[in-house]
Design a protein around this ligand. Structure first.
Ligand code: UN1
Length: 512
């Protein structure tokens, strides 16, 4: 579309088919296969991009490794200053980049801009952090000895990101990695290379102005074969991967086999418990945004509502009414609530899950289906739907990345918590209640087993200041805020003897 062309030229992007970039150098190699990217919004082709080969990957890693020796020597607050400038550049390009995210990925324009806002927020966070990479000091058991710990840069961070947050999740990793003194090699989802290319350009303008060496920010456009190369590569000490549990298990096995570090943010199966003490207006808006926002394609999307029996029928009716008012259509039109799924495979998976749900006993109270006709030409628009189910159904235990919401009834809070925890995933969770005891029980050690547990807020839309991630099949990683930065550094314990003798620890005597 024309707007996309204008935006690309605003960003100084002439060619968008290169398979890799190490900064100002962009390139491809003989043997690159071509992948055609089209928008789920209107089905129009956006670009043909080259997919990186092993040779492209190797070039990138070599440059990154070389750049690390310079970058790690720049004081952290100086690296933070450069990240501050990236935040300014993102502010300047917020509308353009937000539009590209929306057009390439299909989320609403507000959410596209919101995603860029998350990037700006993490830049600000990283700037502050660049002066706060604190280690502890300890009291040595030996006289005239000093003990402390310091955090050093780790090296090359491999970032594998997913299509659903095509730019924000990369930025959580890259901005923190950069202030920590690491260099980053990013493999974006092969479904959303354009927004990644745009980010690399924005960063590169700032890096060039600050004479940052080639290789500190690298991009490799490729499929899972590139992810596999990274996971097995001992030159990449940390792999941060976002995506399906299946992908995460493969990455963890490969990285683990070489005793590398991995940071995994995988599937969720997030539930909201709606208590009989809930403010039902908060419950309704939270549940509907959580379930249909981003067309159900957030890791934090609300997939299950666990509703108290005394309000079940009334709340079900409210949901049905709310769903009948949803406007499904072009996400660039801010009037619409729900945009398309990412591609036809996602539509297939959505349809299969609906069929499976029915076969397993699910009863649909809002029917699903694929939309066709005017405005729906891409074939990626589907109806958000709702089914009454039981928690143990195979399909309910599984994360389908689509707007299918499951309703489950409960009678006691303990039972609700068991249902909430009774899935393989453990990312986000919420309770809507005005009852202090219920809220605290939900947040206690015997409450939610998820990485994120909210009260009177839905499951999605976390702020960057907290550590983001989850337990069980969600992979255990934490990125973004709090002390998530520690995984991007190596910790070193230092003991210094300034006495004139050599006392040994644990009182051991050894005389020559
Ligand atoms: C994701 O879906 O991978 O909490 C990230 C949220 C967003 C990030 C989601 N801030 O919904």
């Amino acid at each position: 579309d024309n707007k996309t062309k204008t935006i690309l030229s605003n960003l100084g992007i002439n060619a968008i088919n290169d398979a890799f970039s190490t900064g100002s150098t962009w390139g491809s190699a003989p043997g690159c296969t071509v992948s055609t990217i089209s928008s789920p919004v209107d089905g129009q082709k956006i670009a043909d991009v080259n997919m990186a080969t092993t040779a492209c990957y190797d070039k990138t890693i070599l440059k990154a490794t070389e750049a690390f020796t310079t970058w790690r020597g720049i004081p952290a607050p100086k690296r933070g200053e450069i990240v501050r400038q990236i935040g300014l550049a993102l502010r300047a390009h917020k509308d353009d980049l937000g539009y590209l995210v929306s057009y390439e990925m299909g989320k609403s324009l507000q959410e596209g801009r919101g995603e860029v806002q998350e990037m700006i927020d993490i830049c600000d966070f990283a700037v502050g952090l660049s002066r706060q990479l604190y280690g502890l000091t300890m009291h040595s058991e030996r006289p005239q000895h000093r003990m402390y710990e310091q955090y050093h840069p780790l090296g090359v961070v491999g970032i594998i990101s997913a299509f659903n947050f095509p730019v924000a999740v990369w930025s959580w990793n890259a901005m923190l990695g950069w202030v920590c003194g690491d260099v980053c090699v990013w493999k974006p989802s092969e479904k959303t290379p354009l927004t990644a290319i745009a980010c690399q350009h924005i960063v590169q303008t700032v890096f060039e102005a600050n004479s940052v060496p080639e290789g500190v920010s690298c991009l490799v456009i490729g499929d899972r074969s590139i992810g596999e190369l990274m996971a097995n590569d001992t030159r990449v000490p940390l792999i941060s991967a976002t995506g399906s549990t299946r992908m995460g298990k493969a990455v963890a096995a490969a990285v683990g086999a070489r005793l590398g570090k991995s940071l995994l943010e995988l599937g969720g199966n997030n539930a909201v418990i709606i208590s009989e003490h809930a403010d039902l207006n908060i419950a309704l808006t939270g549940a509907v945004f959580g379930a249909v926002g981003t067309a159900g394609q957030r890791c934090t999307t609300t997939r299950r509502l666990i509703i108290h029996e005394s309000i079940y029928d009334a709340f079900r009716q409210k949901l049905v009414n709310a769903y009948s008012q949803l406007r499904i259509g072009n996400p660039l039109n801010e009037h619409n609530h729900v945009g398309p799924l990412i591609d036809h495979d996602a539509v297939e998976a959505y349809l299969k899950s609906i069929t499976a749900c029915k076969a397993q006993g699910g009863k649909f109270i809002v029917e699903g289906g694929v939309l066709s006709g005017d405005g729906y030409e891409s074939g990626c628009y589907v109806r958000p739907c709702i089914a009454e189910v039981e928690n143990h159904y195979g399909i309910v235990q599984h994360e389908t990345f689509a707007p299918i919401l499951y309703l489950i009834k409960y009678s006691t809070l303990n039972q609700a918590i068991q249902l909430q925890n009774g899935v393989p995933q453990g990312l986000s969770s919420a309770i809507i209640t005005n009852h202090l005891r219920e809220a605290e029980a939900f947040l206690s050690a015997s409450g939610s087993d998820c990485g994120i547990a909210n009260v009177n807020i839905g499951t999605s839309g976390a702020e960057i200041g907290g550590a983001f991630g989850g337990e069980k099949e969600t992979g255990g990683g934490r990125e973004s805020g709090s002390d998530a930065w520690k995984v991007y550094m190596r910790r070193q314990t230092n003991t210094i003897n300034y006495s004139t003798s050599l006392p040994l620890a644990q009182g051991i005597k050894f005389e020559l």
